[in-house]
Design a protein around this ligand. Structure first.
Ligand code: ZN
Length: 106
């Protein structure tokens, strides 16, 4: 929440961890001019002078097998931060599993 954090990466990371944001995986991407939508990453409006990324994420396993898609709007820089933080979290999850597996195996 500081001006020195233009990418809002800490906020995005917290949202990924609390599952308010899905991990960047298997999404469809639309790029265009801002239309005043609320950014899913930083809670600021995307103005018409900015680039807006619309992301359609597959909803994680609905019970009825419905292919509901969540549509998120985000700033250009928020999108790249979201992708970067998603990768980091995925890597950490993999590393955590590997450590657990080798630890319990020995
Ligand atoms: Zn944003």
């Amino acid at each position: 929440m500081t001006a020195k954090d233009p990418d809002c990466r800490a906020a995005i990371r917290a949202r990924l961890q609390s599952r308010q944001l899905p991990l960047a995986h298997g999404h469809r991407l639309f790029r265009g001019q801002g239309d005043g939508a609320l950014c899913a990453c930083c809670d600021r409006f995307i103005t018409t002078s900015e680039i807006q990324f619309d992301v359609e994420c597959p909803e994680a396993g609905g019970p009825d097998g419905e292919r509901e898609r969540t549509r998120l709007s985000m700033h250009l820089q928020c999108f790249s931060a979201w992708v970067a933080e998603s990768r980091l979290l995925a890597d950490e999850a993999m590393a955590g599993k590997a450590t657990q597996a080798s630890g319990s195996g020995l």
